[in-house]
Design a protein around this ligand. Structure first.
Ligand code: ZN
Length: 307
């Protein structure tokens, strides 16, 4: 019932730099421009592949003036993007050209990758993935074969990785794929990029502190609200508190913390981002859910400008 990664949601301190980094430099599609439904004076941006497929979407809440967070135990510390097997040289050149610091190439499992930080200092990786058949989006300066195809993996920093691994395999339908230098790689659905969850134990690190440049939560994908309900019941049975289902317009969501404290979401695959825009107009104008549409004028006036 868990089919892989759905999206990653993080916090940025700079609206314009954030949009430029993920669209212009990394070449992702601006999939949706909306607001935080729980606090509509805050933007919510979605970036992903051409249509925002589950497993490709990174979303941001821009909080201007919020203090920087710090990565540590109990958080999603790295978001890995998957690129073509022969694309690392292209990305090396591109990151240099845009003066983005990066490190590597490193080698792990059977993959080469670069480590980099986004403009808020959030850790990312570009992984040259074998067996990733997903289509990348051609954008100015990026050929389709070099483009980001979606997520490769996320890395969770745990105090005790085995505790999270037990929950992931027994409740969240993940399977152990391999282990290297204390890193446990799990997958759900298929053993392919976009499905990987890496667990690392770092008991000596301090607890993570939420804020700018950190991941707020990671979402896993499930088919529909029926499979979501089954999963919800199972998680509650495992002794974990789960939120009621929330309507996120493009998917339905439930939220909970895994036993190590990391915030998880389970989101439905549909209806998806084409529910209120065409592929050609995705991300171009402010979209609001029906229950906020009546307040559009007030909301628009309060939102910080994007120009
Ligand atoms: Zn989410």
């Amino acid at each position: 019932m868990i089919k892989g990664l759905h999206h990653v949601t993080a916090m940025t301190g700079n609206i314009r730099k954030n949009i430029r980094f993920y669209t212009e430099i990394l070449g992702l599609q601006f999939v949706k421009k909306t607001v935080n439904y729980d606090s509509p004076d805050i933007w919510h941006f979605y970036f992903g592949d051409a249509t925002g497929s589950p497993g490709s979407v990174i979303t941001f809440f821009p909080f201007q003036g919020m203090p920087r967070g710090q990565s540590g135990v109990g958080s999603t510390n790295v978001t890995g993007f998957s690129v073509g097997l022969d694309s690392l040289d292209f990305w090396k050149k591109r990151l240099k050209e845009y003066q983005v610091d990066f490190r590597g190439p490193f080698h792990r499992f059977d993959e080469h990758y670069y480590s980099l930080s986004d403009l808020d200092g959030m850790e990312l990786e570009l992984v040259a993935s074998p067996n990733d058949l997903r289509q990348g989006l051609e954008t100015p300066g990026i050929r389709a074969e070099d483009a980001i195809k979606g997520f490769s993996h996320i890395e969770l920093t745990c105090s005790i990785a085995d505790k999270t691994a037990f929950f992931m395999t027994n409740v969240m339908e993940h399977h152990r794929l391999k282990e290297e230098n204390g890193r446990i790689r799990l997958y759900s659905g298929e053993a392919l990029p976009g499905h990987f969850v890496d667990l690392v134990s770092r008991p000596s690190l301090p607890l993570h502190k939420g804020g700018i440049g950190t991941v707020h939560h990671v979402a896993f994908s499930t088919a529909d609200t029926e499979t979501q309900k089954t999963l919800r019941d199972r998680i509650i049975k495992a002794g974990i508190q789960v939120s009621p289902m929330q309507d996120r317009q493009y998917f339905q969501s439930i939220y909970f913390r895994e036993p190590g404290g990391i915030l998880f979401e389970i989101a439905t695959e549909g209806p998806g981002f084409l529910v209120d825009e065409t592929p050609e107009t995705l991300g171009q104008s402010l979209k609001l859910p029906s229950w906020l549409e009546a307040e559009r004028e007030t909301i628009e006036a309060r939102l910080p400008s994007l120009d």
